[in-house]
Design a protein around this ligand. Structure first.
Ligand code: IGP
Length: 257
């Protein structure tokens, strides 16, 4: 079992926190990652900033833009991961659109992920039927490749993702973009149940989770929850990161009760 998958094998629900690397600056990303670990995240998702983040809402778009202005490249993200790896054992997962990976070089990227201690990749714009090259390169380096499913995914897409995804499967709560939302869509338990019938891997739900109560409700039918935009808003609101830590602890508590 991979290091990533092992974080789902325990009794508690898995909490994944997302940070855009280099937002608002690289030092804050490092401090925020430490806060996430100390406050109870099980996995840290690091977003590689990209100029055309088609799956992202306004908060992460702005964060990506700011990070790019700070000169953050895929190489800088790999360096950041390597630094984090020296101080934490938590799985690190990169979220990147496919374009930066392609321009870096698929094989080189996977090898460098392995050396940096990155455990998995989430590539939202890479459909399973086009993932042959990256899938092979990642597997050769022991890096999991996590695919996404949306509530609108067809039966064929669900089957393909269940077959190809490793580590876990990322279910988006809406067929839309990232960004904090209220409530839990009514179709979500059924969507998760449909995927679970075919899945060989744990299911984590992301997109729109912004409160402990939402996380708790989703944990009734999913193995993990992913929170991004809300964390970036907390960082923006309080650079001391106290609010970030308090928020993540409150989500952890909600998941544990
Ligand atoms: O921001 P949200 O709504 O909490 O969603 C998680 C998300 O941030 C993270 O997993 C992510 C950031 N950018 C993405 C692009 C596509 C898929 C997923 C992501």
């Amino acid at each position: 079992m991979s290091h990533l998958a092992s974080k789902f094998s325990r009794r508690r629900k898995t909490l994944i926190g997302y940070l855009t690397v280099g937002y608002p600056d690289p030092e804050t990303t490092l401090r925020a990652a430490r806060v996430l670990g100390n406050a109870g995240c099980d996995i840290i998702e690091l977003g590689i900033p990209f100029s055309d983040p088609i799956g992202d809402g306004q908060v992460i778009q702005t964060a990506s833009h700011r990070a790019l202005m700070n000169g953050i490249t895929p190489a800088a993200c790999l360096e950041m991961a390597a630094r984090l790896r020296q101080e934490t054992d938590l799985p690190l997962v990169f979220m990147s659109y496919y374009n930066p990976v392609l321009s870096y070089g698929v094989g080189r990227f996977c090898r460098d992920c392995q050396s940096a201690g990155v455990n998995g990749l989430i590539i939202p714009d890479l459909p399973p039927e086009e993932s042959g090259e990256l899938g092979a390169a990642a597997a050769a380096c022991g890096v999991d490749l996590v695919f996404l499913l949306a509530p609108t995914s067809t039966a064929d897409r669900i089957a393909a993702v269940c077959q190809k995804s490793s580590g876990f499967i990322y279910l988006t709560s809406v067929a839309g973009i990232t960004g904090a939302r209220d409530g839990v869509p009514g179709y979500l338990p059924q969507f998760a149940a449909t995927v679970r019938r075919e899945a060989r891997h744990p299911l984590a739900v992301g997109f729109g989770i912004s409160s402990p109560a939402q996380a708790r409700a989703i944990a009734e039918f999913a193995d993990g929850v992913i929170i991004g935009s809300r964390l970036l808003q907390m960082i923006e609101a309080d650079f001391s990161l106290n609010r970030l830590g308090e928020f993540v602890s409150s989500v952890r508590d909600a998941l544990d009760t």
